[in-house]
Design a protein around this ligand. Structure first.
Ligand code: NAD
Ligand code: UDP
Length: 317
């Protein structure tokens, strides 16, 4: 017997890293899934294994243009997430976040659908409150190279809350902290994939600055569990809610862990620290614990091991 009532679910950005894992989970739950993607950073290969399933459909579409489908739930994930990718065409990044949100919110309003927004810890910028709680308004540079992403996501949150207040829409805003796992793009410059690929190739591990900046890394299966629990909450709860792993590491510690796990001979070298690189990041997940009964269960070493296995298999193909 299925545990969940089957829904028609739209996943934008569904062929990306997180989106493809979410599609896997929703298809397995028996939902009717429509995956929409323009393949800017995602790829068909991430969802190729789902294409033959009767409850899965893939549509090439750019969310900056209106979309007409009939669904009960929307997960809005479309947006490049790595600094290299979102800074490649910053105007398009802001358009994707803002026009994409307007289009998906318009769709949700017409259908009276519940809509989840993949927001980000970047709304806190380079935070002066640590760990970050949802009530903190952030420290974001509005005109720097990261602003297209940070301000785009902040504006999307504004739109979500205005649709909620103005139109009574059932919104769910999740602020996702650094998440990693299989199907990350090997060249997207995000720290976990970059370090693993460098270690497997025996290349130097590029630690930016002195490596004392911190991040808190969540394994993808833990995050997808939180998405599903949040969407399935019966009561209206707009959030925002932090979703991430509260265990904090320095970037140098991450590099050392990757070297240990891969047995690589790679040496750690220092690279220039990018502009506005946040110095510290760790979610306070009290709200997620209380409202979703959720907390991550996968330790960094365990998640890294699975991710190393994935990249090892992909790179040797
Ligand atoms: P990703 O780059 O793998 O996935 C994004 C997907 O969106 C890709 O498949 C891409 O092709 C698609 N896309 C981009 N622009 C689009 C457009 N205009 N129309 C349709 N599709 C478009 O990144 P990800 O890590 O899977 O991130 C998914 C979402 O989660 C993003 O919104 C991101 O901001 C958010 N997020 C991710 C993390 C993380 O650590 N992975 C952290 C915070 C927030
Ligand atoms: N980083 C690094 N070497 C790299 C890539 C990233 O030291 O080759 C650092 C980066 O400067 C940042 C942290 O790792 O301090 C996380 O970077 P990422 O791009 O993964 O995510 P974000 O900065 O958006 O959290």
């Amino acid at each position: 017997m299925k545990q969940h009532f089957e829904q028609r679910v739209l996943v934008t950005g569904g062929a990306g890293f997180l989106g493809s894992h979410l599609c896997d989970r929703l298809v397995a739950m028996g939902h009717d899934v429509i995956c929409v993607d323009n393949f800017f950073t995602g790829s068909k290969s991430n969802v190729a294994h789902l294409l033959g399933k009767p409850n899965f459909e893939l549509i090439r579409h750019d969310v900056t243009f209106p979309l007409y489908v009939e669904v009960d739930q929307i997960f809005n994930l479309a947006c490049p997430a790595s600094p290299i990718h979102y800074q490649h065409d910053p105007v398009q990044t802001t358009k994707t976040s803002v026009h994409g949100a307007i289009n998906m919110l318009g769709l949700a309003k017409r259908l009276r659908a519940t809509i989840f927004q993949a927001s980000t810890s970047e709304v806190y910028g380079d935070p002066s409150v640590h760990p970050q709680v949802e009530g903190y308004w952030g420290n974001v540079n509005p005109i720097g190279p990261r602003s297209c992403y940070d301000e785009g996501k902040r504006c999307a949150e504004t739109l979500f809350f205005d649709y909620h207040r103005q139109h009574g829409l059932n919104i769910k805003v999740g602020r996702i902290f650094n998440t990693y796992g299989p199907r990350m793009h090997p060249n997207d410059g995000r720290v976990v994939s970059t370090f693993i690929v460098q270690a497997l190739r025996g290349e130097p591990i590029t630690v930016n600055g002195d490596g004392s900046q911190t991040r808190s890394f969540c394994y993808v299966s833990d995050l997808i569990e939180a998405f599903v629990r949040y969407m399935d909450l019966p009561e209206m709860f707009p959030g925002p809610i932090n979703l991430g792993n509260p265990v904090e590491f320095t970037i140098r510690e991450l590099a050392e862990e990757v070297i240990k796990l891969t047995g690589s001979r790679s040496k750690i070298i220092s690279s220039p620290i990018p502009t506005d690189d946040p110095k510290q990041r760790r979610p306070d997940i009290s709200l997620a614990r209380a409202r979703l009964g959720w907390q991550p269960t996968v330790q960094l070493a365990e998640g890294l091991k699975k991710t190393v296995e994935y990249f090892d298999a992909t790179l040797s193909r």
